[in-house]
Design a protein around this ligand. Sequence first.
Ligand code: FAD
Length: 395
Amino acid sequence: AAGHVVVVGGGYGGATVAKYLRKWSEGGVRVTLVERNPTFISCPISNLILSGDKTLDDITVSYDGLKNRWGVKVIQDEAVAVDPVKRTLRLAQGGSLSYDRLVLSPGVDFLWSLVPALDAKESQEKILHAWKAGPQTVALRKQLESMKDGGVFAITIPKAPYRCPPGPYERASVVASYFKAHKPKSKVLILDANEDVISKKGLFTKAWSELYPNIVEYRPNHELIDVDVTNTTALFEFDKVRADVLNVVPPQRAGAIASAAGLKLVNNRWVDVDWLSLESTNTPGIHVLGDAIFPAPTMPKSGHMANQHAKLAAAAILNLLAGEAPNPNPVVMNTCYSFLSSTEACHVASIHQYDAEKKTVLPVPGSGGVSAVRSVAEAQFALGWAKNIWADALA
Ligand code: FAD
């Protein structure tokens, strides 16, 4: 295959697709990656910064491997508009790129209109999300360190689907682990818009009652309607909760460039794709990966899944560039580890296969599962998983 593929977003999906397009075409396909940030910073493992177990450096990887080993051209810029007819992508700092195929893996953007008080930069600096790893993660750690013993950390969770289904519960667990060791009179309140959709529920609730009986409290059916920023108070229809540190995981949608490209969205939030190629269902030539897509049934928005989407899309794009049809029977898999304390973790795994009749990917009956118990060994596997997937995407 030959041609020019432009990729927007150098996160879990975008970095992986850029590398595999170069690797599998043996350098035949030119790849340009447009990413606004200078380095890759991983959301997986970022909760361990909040507990004081890791630093931002530990979860940062450079784009040198993609540039020097794989010959990907990396441009640090913001992609702002797409012309799907002329097949060009416009960049914020001027200039545009022509493509044969465009891949968008922009992750999520936040729906601040659903939390109006946070639709201002100053408010967002006080009430943090830390749902894109980076400066916000470090700032949230500082808020936790400055909090008095006996204080309350509250985390609000939006209605599913959102990035990383077990992520908020992992965050609550490792913050509780930090409090248990350093501020034992403090509380962790989990204010969840959902009810009974907790990923790995048994393992989380067991950890909370066994490890943090006086620290963690879980409240379902708490859908945030706004925030009183001055009083660090989360507002719900029938309740309001004041916290010393309030962490809002905002409602989410596909990254803005997906809407700018005019792609068909489901629920006005997520891009609708053809599961054989991850090509948009209404805009030929544009493939979308990772958190930005409308997920197949039971498919989580995870880094591991974005990595799998990337490989499915890379193979399909190389076939399409060579004038061939994509593989008719793709399979993808996922494993999400969650830390329950600084030293123990658990996992959930699943395998999803294309169903030609339903035109989507479905969980393979009898495959996957969850850990029987949390363990120290799984915490080591979790760190190994992260190192391996960073190398797979970026080295
Ligand atoms: P991202 O990885 O977010 O990449 C998107 C990239 O696009 C970003 O680098 C962004 O800067 C760039 N970008 C966006 N728009 C533009 C533009 N217009 N121009 C230029 N650049 C742009 N997943 C797991 O598998 N395992 C875990 O243990 C796990 N833990 C998590 C813990 C937390 C706290 C969080 C928040 C998430 C976790 N996840 C985990 C989920 C995982 O981070 C996401 O599912 C994954 O990052 C999705 O990959 P992506 O490529 O869709 O988006």
